[in-house]
Design a protein around this ligand. Structure first.
Ligand code: C2G
Length: 453
């Protein structure tokens, strides 16, 4: 006698702070069949679809679902195209989801039945989060273009509240605050740090980063600092020591590290998608026409200080620390208008990081491996799409990610999440990553200084 095939149901969700609405939905989904698979969205996938404010980690959310005895299997959902793949992989009969999604998943009817179940009214994770939410009060140092963008992007992160701004020029502070919800302006760092802020975002000229970050950490404030966080390696090491001692978060604002597609890219590589990596090549150029601009001034301007962190981040994340570093720079009036940084890494792998403020080039990245390569089109540092390609030109895997705003919100979300969860380090950008990137930039600063003398 043939055993009747089990009817398999699948459903997906974030399930942040698992509540009665989720439970009702999951129970109804189970009643549709015999075996229930629940896909819990990963933090990075959620960020890519605009959910920046999830309060629990993926691990915690998965654990909560695993505890439900009527759930038969729990998986993690990491990207947009996964639902169709899972349905085929597990031989799913029914895809079920709340009716807030009506019509949105009709494309899955190609693979199985699609059922929209009634939502439970009057309860949501957003409501629960609001009840327990304590906002992270951030003070901003600097009133330039990046600081403005930061404030705008912080508006998308529920956990973040921009409370104050500080700059030596009070007129700039007043202008900056005008028309925003920012409550306080300061023209000196001491009073700024005495105010009741939890964290500081530093977007001042490069040469002030170290001292301001140091003062903020000494005052017990978490720090998110624009790149380069320090111009000398020993300074970054000092900051890390301070952050460790005072149990504070210290993150360099290299926004690419926190974008969902960039995180996924690293996962594909570590899963062996293109074999062993032999070369990482990345270019970032941004023409700065105004020769009076800060970027063209000695000793802290130049393409390497301005842009080097991005390609060096890619090299570090994929190949690890450099064993040997060679600079091929082009200098104008003591400032590097372009630089090609060639490093050798473990097992003879090479990274080629090209930056320029006075020469323009294609801003793509290519990661070459023994089985294939990954191509990230320009601007690769705002990672949205990437392609895995092989010897056979007809074989290509495409990865497309939604990308919100200009990416700064992912970095703010990570910063606030780390503070709220009391976790000092971010795996997306570890202290050892910051130290290595900084070591190479500092090495170049030392060399250009010596050349100038
Ligand atoms: N839900 C519900 N009643 C509520 C709240 C949520 O029935 N009051 C349902 C949703 O409709 C969804 C599930 O619970 O089916 C999980 O909800 P969320 O955690 O908000 O996840 P969501 O963003 O809906 O995930 O790939 C992810 C899915 O596409 C959707």
């Amino acid at each position: 006698m043939n055993e009747k095939k089990k009817k398999i149901v699948i459903t997906y969700g974030t399930y942040d702070m698992l509540h009665i609405g989720h439970l009702n939905l999951l129970k109804r989904a189970k009643e549709l069949g015999d075996y229930l698979i629940v896909g819990v969205t990963s933090e990075d996938y959620d960020r890519s679809r605009g959910k920046l404010n999830t309060s629990q980690s993926t691990k915690k959310r998965v654990k909560a679902i695993e505890k439900l005895d009527f759930v038969d299997k729990v998986i993690v959902e990491k990207h947009k195209g996964q639902k169709a793949l899972d349905i085929q992989k597990y031989g799913v009969d029914i895809f079920a989801i709340g009716d807030d999604w009506v019509g949105k998943f009709d494309y899955l009817k190609e693979y199985c039945d699609v059922v929209y179940l009634p939502r439970t009214e009057g309860i949501s994770s957003t409501m629960l989060r609001k009840e327990i939410q304590k906002k992270i009060k951030i003070g901003v140092i600097g009133t330039g273009r990046i600081a403005k963008r930061f404030v705008k992007e912080a508006g998308y992160v529920d956990d973040a509240e921009i409370r104050s701004v500080m700059s030596r020029n009070i007129k700039n502070v007043e202008k900056f605050i005008d028309g925003t919800k920012i409550q306080y302006g300061f023209d000196n760092i001491d009073s700024f740090l005495q105010d009741s802020i939890d964290a500081v975002y530093i977007a001042s000229p490069h040469e002030h980063h170290f001292m301001q970050a140091k003062q903020a950490l000494e005052a017990g404030r978490h720090v998110l600092c624009e790149k380069p966080i320090a111009l000398e390696s020993k300074h970054l090491k000092e900051l890390i020591k301070l952050a460790r001692k005072n149990n504070l978060i210290l993150i360099e604002a290299i926004k690419t590290a926190f974008t969902p597609a960039f995180v996924q890219l690293q996962e594909e590589i570590s899963n062996g998608a293109i074999g062993e990596i032999k070369e990482v090549r990345a270019t970032f150029t941004k023409l700065i026409d105004d020769k009076d601009a800060r970027e063209w001034q000695t000793p802290y301007g130049g393409a390497t200080n301005e842009l080097g962190s991005y390609p060096l981040l890619l090299a570090q994340k994929i190949l690890g620390p450099a064993k040997k570093v060679v600079f091929y720079d082009q200098i104008e009036n003591g400032v590097d208008l372009a630089n090609r940084i060639i490093c050798t890494h473990k097992n003879g792998a090479i990274s080629i990081s090209t930056v320029g403020i006075g020469a323009k080039s294609e801003g793509c990245a290519i990661i070459s491996g023994t089985k294939g390569y990954i191509y990230i089109p320009a601007p690769w540092w705002l990672t949205r799409d990437f392609y895995i390609r092989y010897e056979d030109p007809t074989k290509q895997l495409s990865y497309h990610y939604d990308f919100q705003g200009d990416g700064i919100r992912y970095e703010i979300s990570e910063f606030c999440t780390r503070i709220k969860r009391g976790k000092k380090k971010s795996s997306r950008l570890k202290w050892k990553d910051m130290v290595e990137i900084n070591r190479i930039i500092s090495k170049y600063n030392k060399r250009i200084k010596e050349k100038g003398n």
